[in-house]
Design a protein around this ligand. Structure first.
Ligand code: SF4
Length: 357
């Protein structure tokens, strides 16, 4: 194995939770408390190299360097929108690329992270699934996305205040790494992002919804629903053939009962497909009595797909129809309209060759 291959084989230091780093240190003849110092360098001082960690001995820095990677992402493209949204295309050590988006809201800065290189779920409206799944991201590669964005914000003395796991990939298809990621960014010695400021969204991998409910974390949870009935959902999201809408709703009820938390439903509006008033009525019936909230998403035009945008009047009429039936609903503000904002668009455009490989 040459040096470059050896470097690639090393796990990312960002993949380790604090207790795992302590275990590694003690197994390697070091004191466990060093883990807090290393976390401080990684997440508070945001060091670029092990060499910088000046309160660790030279031998220990060398040991860390021999066993872990610290740099896992290289910024290939950084696009800033007129509304302040920044979209990053990061290159991974094996040449694949992923997208991460910084969105600016009145309540703070939110980062949308990617969990997989590509996706195998096959939602018919999504550019991220066009080349299939290439590989899962390590927990550390997900963590590093937030660290990278935080470093960009350090220049203006700003902070990442919330994280949404809604970028490329199905988080529950990479469950263990996603869970480690959540624990690392939530930990007060890590990035210290409050559970209530983290949102994870799934297309509906039912067994993992039960598992996630049993974790009993105070994280915000969203389901990508996009249809009010099973036929339409199967047309838009083939996952509905494996995990049927009825069973999905049972899992949702279990989650709400178990955690006591409200659930969000993401509903992308696709012109003349799922955006008619009868769809809103059906949706209201499906969600009746549930502790939930609906997020209506006016979809961006995806060049590779045929869906058209829902006219503004229709979006408001759909919202009103839900409200009139007692459903909590908001329309998602569009951001980064001028910079390939829909999930996977930047990657699809910049990496046409990669997607074919
Ligand atoms: S919408 Fe999400 S789950 Fe569906 S194909 Fe795209 S990345 Fe995968």
């Amino acid at each position: 194995m040459n040096n470059k291959e050896e470097e690639q084989q090393k796990p990312s230091i960002y993949s380790l939770q604090l207790h795992e780093l302590k275990e590694w240190l003690t197994a390697n003849g070091e004191k466990a408390f060093r883990a807090e110092q290393i976390f401080d360098w990684l997440y508070k001082k945001r060091a670029d190299s092990f060499e910088e960690m000046s309160n660790l001995s030279k031998g220990m820095r060398q040991k860390l360097d021999e066993n872990f990677k610290l740099t896992t992402l290289t910024t290939a493209i950084q696009q800033t929108s007129a509304d302040g949204t920044i979209k990053f295309l990061f290159e991974l050590h094996d040449g694949y690329s992923i997208e991460t988006v910084l969105m600016r809201h009145e309540y703070g800065n939110s980062v949308c992270v990617t969990t997989q290189v590509g996706c195998r779920i096959g939602c018919t409206f999504c550019a991220s699934t066009l080349g299939g799944l290439k590989r899962h991201l390590e927990a550390g590669e997900i963590v590093a996305q937030v660290v990278k964005v935080q470093k960009a914000l350090d220049e203006t003395d700003e902070r990442v205040s919330s994280v949404v796991i809604m970028g490329i990939g199905e988080p529950f298809d990479n469950y263990d790494n996603m869970l480690s990621f959540l624990k690392i960014i939530n930990h007060d010695e890590g990035l210290n992002i409050g559970a209530r400021h983290i949102t994870v969204s799934t297309s509906g991998i039912i067994p993992k919804i039960y598992q996630f409910a049993d974790e009993n974390m105070q994280i915000n949870f969203a389901i990508s629903l996009h249809a009010p009935n099973t036929e339409l959902r199967s047309r838009l999201m083939p996952i509905n053939k494996a995990y049927k809408l009825d069973d999905l709703m049972k899992a949702v009820r279990y989650y709400i009962d178990k955690t006591g938390r409200r659930i969000s439903f993401e509903y992308g509006l696709f012109g003349k497909v799922n955006d008619q008033i009868e769809h809103a009525e059906e949706l209201a019936n499906l969600l009746k009595g549930l502790k939930c909230h609906v997020n209506l998403i006016p979809v961006n035009y995806v060049p590779e797909r045929d869906y058209v945008r829902t006219p503004k009047d229709q979006i408001f009429a759909f919202e009103k129809a839900l409200k009139n039936r007692g459903i909590n609903v908001t329309i998602r503000r569009e951001q980064g309209h001028d910079i390939d904002a829909a999930c996977g668009q930047l990657r699809a455009k910049a990496r046409k060759e990669e997607l074919k490989s």
